[in-house]
Design a binder for this molecule. Structure first.
Ligand SMILES: Nc1nc2c(c(=O)[nH]1)N[C@H]1C(S)=C(S)[C@@H](COP(=O)(O)O)O[C@H]1N2
Ligand SMILES: [Mo]
Length: 542
């Protein structure tokens, strides 16, 4: 009789223990969020652990994650961490009902992991350990209270079997109280976080960009083909792809922003605030930005009108000479407020192209996600070696002496953009009707320009596509080819020729270490006209 009663009681105790563990973890996270508001948003445990995971993810796995989840990769990462945390928290609770110190030690060790992750991030200071440590203390305290309640001995004289109902009510109340306080703390943390970056938000809203001293000519009317489904020539800011390691977008207050320029061969080091930067001549230029992680046919390319200061002018003013003129530094290392480093060849920046310290994107200040207040953009180089967002430091050094963030993670030190072309329409596995089908897309070979695009069907002869008007050599170019489609399954392929006459290679290569190559292909199933007479079928209308 006794063992039979003890069994369910034991399992109930285990369930309550697991619940205690999870609730204690919630409390710990909420408290940590609140502390992180004061310390630094990036130091919140979930963000810190996520960031540390990103830093340590091998290039191949990162590629896979980006491919699988696209821009949701960060959300998936955070959910994964939460899932692991929940499991370990439940285990800590289970352990705690049997052996309280051991359970509390397990819960607390998670705080140490959070703290270690925060300290391992670039730009970390000792303070960054605080959110996780204080959070761990809070969660240990809550776990202690809950588990003590779970383990409280049955009051003497209580009717057998009914005792748990009493204790459970008390336990339930405690759980609800802790969850309510945690939710309140978490909410307060978020609100205070927004308040903390209110200065940044206002500084962006208040920023009036000066007019360009050298405005860009209007985009030629013929640059935009009117083909449904083609990428627009100018990518709206809200649709512009985003690739970075930041789990929380840095919100920099423009009023406190400073840029320092120093290093080898710099005879006059500079420190500029935003007002001083904006007082310089501003150039406007259309540049297509592409990511080295873009698969053939992938989405990580966007075209914008950038407003900014010519980086080469600033470098020259600081006394920098390119290596070809005897300068000692061949690498310009840009560093962002969140510690990201990107290394750019000095020679490229100073060879006359419009390498910019950009402040404006498509007529507005840079969006926070795209680097407010200042970022770099260099036509012809992949983003990872040129397009530092939330820029705060420029340092002259050599490629021999220093490896930037991505180079330490198996990407090539130099990343010139490879010629690429993409079929935007028809979409893969589309089912157009036979007859005239517009095959269209974009092609890019920044700073060399696009001289031709060809399409072929089922491995047949290459056919010249019609190019849209060019808006200079630094942007992508739209193209269209009218296909007389016949019923059945067909493979469309595209290849471009750059301004130097080099034909895009068909040799397939992955994105690591210096960008994917190969021809984009799309398989479609062309449907026969139905319910039409033979004469109408031949008319080519569709
Ligand atoms: N601070 C910072 N700048 C960064 C990155 C980053 O992770 N952190 N990623 C780079 C990469 S890999 C690319 S492709 C471009 C993407 O810029 P976008 O997000 O504005 O499109 O930003 C670059 N600048
Ligand atoms: Mo990138």
């Amino acid at each position: 009789m006794v063992p039979e009663k003890a069994e369910p009681r034991q399992s109930r105790r285990r369930v309550l223990g697991a619940v205690s563990g999870v609730v204690a973890a919630c409390a710990g996270l909420a408290v940590a969020e609140l502390v992180a508001v004061v310390v630094r948003p990036e130091a919140a445990p979930l963000t810190a652990v996520g960031g540390a995971v990103v830093d340590r993810t091998p290039a191949a796995l990162k590629e896979w994650a980006i491919r699988q989840f696209g821009t949701a990769d960060k959300l998936v990462l955070t959910l994964g961490i939460v899932a692991v945390l929940a499991v370990v928290a439940a285990l800590a609770g289970l352990l705690a009902v049997r052996h309280l110190p051991a359970g509390i030690a397990l819960a607390g060790s998670f705080g140490l992991i959070g703290a270690a992750a925060a300290l391992s991030r670039p730009e970390a200071s000792w303070n960054d350990a605080l959110p996780s440590l204080v959070g761990a203390l809070a969660s240990a305290g809550v776990l202690y209270l809950l588990v003590t309640a779970v383990n409280r001995p049955r009051p003497a004289g209580a009717p057998p079997g009914g005792t748990w109902a009493m204790d459970r009510r008390g336990f339930g109340r405690m759980v609800l109280a802790v969850l309510a306080v945690s939710a309140g703390a978490g909410y307060a943390g978020r609100r205070l976080g927004a308040y903390g970056s209110a200065g940044a938000t206002t500084s962006r809203a208040d920023l009036v960009l000066p007019r360009a001293t050298v405005p860009a000519p209007p985009v030629p009317a013929g640059a935009e083909l009117r083909v449904p489904g083609i990428s627009p020539f100018v990518t709206p800011n809200r649709d512009f792809y985003r690739v970075d390691t930041a789990l929380v977008v840095p919100r920099v207050d423009a009023d406190g922003w400073r840029l320092t320029l120093h290093g080898e061969g710099v005879t006059r080091p500079l420190t500029l605030d935003l007002r001083e930067l904006l007082a310089r001549p501003l150039v406007e230029h259309d540049i297509t930005l592409t990511c080295v992680s873009n698969e053939v046919g992938g989405p990580y390319a966007g075209n914008a009108r950038w407003l900014g200061v010519r980086l080469a002018d600033l470098l020259r003013e600081a006394g920098v000479r390119p290596p070809s003129q005897g300068g000692p530094a061949d690498q310009l290392v840009a560093r962002s407020v969140d510690g990201m480093t990107l290394g750019t060849p000095v020679e490229t920046v100073m060879d006359g192209r419009e390498a910019l310290l950009a402040v404006g994107m498509n007529g507005e200040p840079l969006p926070f996600a795209h680097g407010f207040p200042v970022r770099m953009v260099v036509p012809g180089l992949y983003g990872y070696v040129s397009a530092c967002k939330w820029l705060t430091e420029l340092r002259l050094t050599t490629f021999a002496a220093y490896d930037a963030y991505w180079v330490r993670r198996s990407w090539a030190a130099r990343g010139p953009v490879k010629t690429q072309s993409r079929i935007d329409t028809p979409r893969p596995l589309a089912e157009p009707t036979e007859g005239r089908v517009a095959v269209a897309g974009v092609a890019w070979a920044q700073h060399r320009g696009i001289a031709g695009v060809e399409v072929r069907v089922d491995g047949g002869p290459w056919q010249e596509a019609r190019l849209a008007a060019a808006d200079g050599v630094d942007t992508w170019r739209q193209w269209v080819w009218q296909w007389a489609a016949t019923p059945g399954t067909h493979t469309l392929e595209v290849r471009a020729t750059d301004g130097a006459g080099a034909v895009q290679t068909g040799e397939r290569a992955g994105t690591v270490p210096d960008g994917a190559t190969g021809w984009h292909s799309v398989v479609v199933r062309v449907r026969a006209h139905t319910g039409l007479t033979g004469a109408a079928r031949g008319s080519g209308r569709s």
